[in-house]
Design a protein around this ligand. Structure first.
Ligand SMILES: Nc1ncnc2c1ncn2[C@@H]1O[C@H](C[S@+](CC[C@H]([NH3+])C(=O)[O-])CC(=O)[O-])[C@@H](O)[C@H]1O
Ligand SMILES: O=C(O)C(=O)Cc1ccccc1
Length: 242
């Protein structure tokens, strides 16, 4: 049984910034499925890209792994020998649960769970790096240095899969995509109060860039091949190959 997300269901007098605490970790699979259009398709595609891009004896990184959904899909699709998956998150509540989830599946692939800020860890000998809805929570001024570090740690031909909530450069389209996202949430049973309180809590902590900003920055740090491979409303995923 999966716990249902009611975090923003009742009025909250002092609405603070959204954070990945124990309450969020408990309901996270339900929250992300009902809040992020295309999430399960993106997770499947991360598995497919892992099968294509993983190389023997290399490292695969899941940065901002939450409960390890992408890690598990990478592990399931990894056939190359001598690889290790490094899954990183700075929320101890998330990481604790990720450990439990991953232990419930049988696998030969070693997974190292690291509690750290993804801006502080070393990345080396990488064939696959996943940032699945994590870069959006990093302070905007730290994003380019993080992507440069990822590019440096990837082997030639290695891939970065970058999924994000986007802002559209066109204000009218931006509003339309946000409205459609809210329709998606309503269709998944969220109330107007839940939608508006979460929106306020996310305002300062989730700062979306436009797809153009992402593409330009990925090119600037040195990625040779960059494009959007999926988009649904204001959520999407990019692929960048070194
Ligand atoms: N600086 C940081 N360092 C490490 N972790 C961080 C940092 N900032 C935020 N996080 C972590 O990034 C994750 C973002 S959720 C990722 C979903 C997952 N990838 C999935 O495929 O299910 C996306 C969402 O909730 O929209 C949370 O677990 C944070 O603790
Ligand atoms: O719910 C939203 O509006 C989002 O942007 C997605 C999300 C999903 C889970 C935690 C934080 C944000």
């Amino acid at each position: 049984m999966q716990a249902k997300d009611h975090i923003f269901a009742a009025p909250i007098a002092q609405l603070g910034d959204f954070c990945f605490d124990q309450k969020v970790a408990e309901v996270f699979p339900d929250m992300i499925k009902r809040s992020v259009p295309g999430y399960s398709n993106i997770i499947s595609a991360i598995g497919m890209m892992t099968a294509r891009f993983a190389r023997p004896g290399t490292h695969l990184y899941d940065l901002g792994c939450s409960l390890g959904a992408a890690t598990q899909e990478m592990r399931r699709n990894l056939t190359q020998p001598g690889c290790r998956i490094v899954a990183v998150d700075n929320s101890s509540a998330m990481l604790e649960r990720a450990r439990g989830h991953l232990a419930s599946y049988k696998s030969e692939v070693p997974v190292e769970l690291v509690e750290a800020d993804i801006c502080d860890i070393a990345i080396d000998n990488a064939s696959v790096v996943v940032l699945n809805f994590t870069l959006q929570f990093i302070a905007p001024e730290r994003r380019e240095a993080l992507l440069a570090k990822i590019h440096q740690g990837l082997n030639p031909g290695g891939v970065l899969i970058l999924s994000e909530k986007f802002r559209s450069a066109d204000d009218t389209v931006n509003e339309l995509l946000i409205d459609l996202h809210h329709d998606f949430k309503r269709a998944n049973g969220y109330s107007e109060l839940e939608i508006s309180q979460k929106r306020t809590a996310l305002e300062k902590v989730l700062r979306p860039d436009t797809p153009e900003q992402h593409k330009e920055r990925l090119a600037r740090v040195g990625f040779a091949h960059v494009d959007l491979w999926f988009q649904c409303f204001n959520f999407g995923s990019m692929v960048a190959v070194k």
